[in-house]
Design a protein around this ligand. Sequence first.
Ligand code: B12
Ligand code: SF4
Length: 550
Amino acid sequence: MKFQIIIPPIRDEYSNVPPYGALHVGRALCDNGHHVSLINADVERPGTEEILGRIEDFDPDIIGFTSIVSTSYKFIKDVSIKIKERFSEKKIVLGGHLSPVHETLLKATGIDIVIEGEGEIPIVELFDAIENNTSLAAVPSLRFKEEGGIVATDLAEPIRDLNQQKYPLFEMLDMDKYLLDANSSPTYRDDFSWHDDFELIYGEFPHVFCVVFTRGCVKQCAFCHRHYKGFRSPSPTYILDYLEYLQKTYRIGFFYFPNELTAPSRRSHLRFIEEIRKRRENGFRFLFSIGGALMETIDSEVLHGYSNVGAVKVEFGYESGSQKILDIMEKRVTVEKNLYAARIAKECKLYSRGNTVLGLPGETVDTVLETADFLDRAQLLPSIAYVQALPGSPIYRYAQLKKLIVDEDDYLTSLSEVNADSTDHYINYTDSNYLEVIQWGRFLRTVLKYRKVKRKYGVIGGILFLFLMSCVFVLNPGRKLLLIMLNGPRTKEKLRYCRDQILSSPFFIALLVVKGVAGELDLVEGPRVKEKGESLRKIISCLENGGLAK
Ligand code: B12
Ligand code: SF4
């Protein structure tokens, strides 16, 4: 049978992380004798008519969408409805991270069948069932409509032994779009080019490539979606074989591993490092950058070990400098441990960003100041995102229970096509005024800059800096108004965003003045917030049981 799979756009520019979910599903189908063709709308950005034309040409039996992130809801909804109108006899399936909202997908879009969780096993069984005209009810992980309601079959077990996995079907991709030149890629050049081994490796293997090889995580933080509990990884031998295959096939000398979690314990890090060391001795040379490490699994030995075998960067999710907020999100780590990780990473020249998330229930301006203290002490550049309620995460459930998300179709549509690191999508979960909350990110960055200026130029320099910042933001509403007049807001969301930005500017100045006069912008030793944070999941369970959680 023939399968047409569609990759939706993720951000304004296409992502250079290959769509691994679709590539694994494609591999499973090909290995079972089916033909798979891909429309990569993330890279190609075709219009709906072009997509329909390509479907007509390929004439698939089944059409599938991968929902890498839920922000592609609107694209999937619009395109699937048009496909259904044109090819009403063809079944449309969806898998990926929108699957927890299957009821809305089955009601409001053109999707006929949602596959929850990992797709490799269910998709093959679904094809068999459709080909042989047998009941879908026997296929695991399906959600579909039948007279009388929605049928949900049991979730298939996740693939336990990832060592048995075939490599993803890279042949489906235009690999030129994913193989970046390490010397000219603005994203990666600075990461790799300073390293002593760079020139040597670059000469023969010039490409950077992103590889996701683990699945899951040992935690579930408040804003994170998990299909299954727990973490799985192939063995270090499998991973290094895979990387060697990629190097030889595509001339890759530089890898980025955007895994959610690369290794779950100190021991597993050390085993991975040891395998890399052995392969290096046999001539396999590469530099790499790790996304997703847990502070409690690393120490000086681990980070020095990575650094010695070619690591240039290790990314940690610090998330907050407030113990109360770390407890609420169930990060299960202390601020001190976060500081330790940042310090050791710096010592080992493993650059890491200060990834933080703002605006969870319980956040106040004092917890924001604690985060500023943390980033300042750890000497990390801030990378700030506002918490986003996405399907399958505890914060999504919380927002539903608190009636902050009522109409799921409306909510998911409003989320689509907005930038996740802005406040466009933000729902106010805090007890503070929304207009103040959306200025916290800017406030945090300003506090960090103020401290730098003050250290360099003294108290007078610091005060002058604050005065200048206030002036800039007095002019800010005017700038926004000008932008609206020039560009013209195109959507309801954009209009609301511009209005909120204009109205919230005075809150920024008020924060600077009030906290500045009280001397709270300066580094205070020890925690400011004394109260403990109750985990969001406990609050959710209380709400589900009719309790009165705040
Ligand atoms: C790499 C990655 C990215 C890349 C995505 C590019 C890409 N092409 O992958 C980038 C960096 C762009 C990215 C961005 C973001 N990401 Co991201 N990302 C990931 C990550 C870490 C890995 C994805 C991956 O390759 N997984 C490996 C594959 C094999 O797993 P999979 O995708 O789940 O696929 C399996 C199943 O889902 C299913 N399946 C998938 N597609 C299909 C299709 C069919 C037809 C079928 C049958 C089955 C099926 O079968 C697959 C194989 O078993 C995931 C976490 C994760 N574990 O998946 C988060 C994740 C997808 N990201 C997430 C988030 C929140 C974001 C951001 C919003 C973060 C932010 N605040 O900026 C942004 C969104 C962009 C924006 N609007 O600004 C969330 C999404 C939650 C949700 N419900 O939507 C995830 C799940 C993290 C988490 N645990 O919460 N991300
Ligand atoms: S935020 Fe990071 S540590 Fe927390 S569950 Fe998600 S991947 Fe794991």
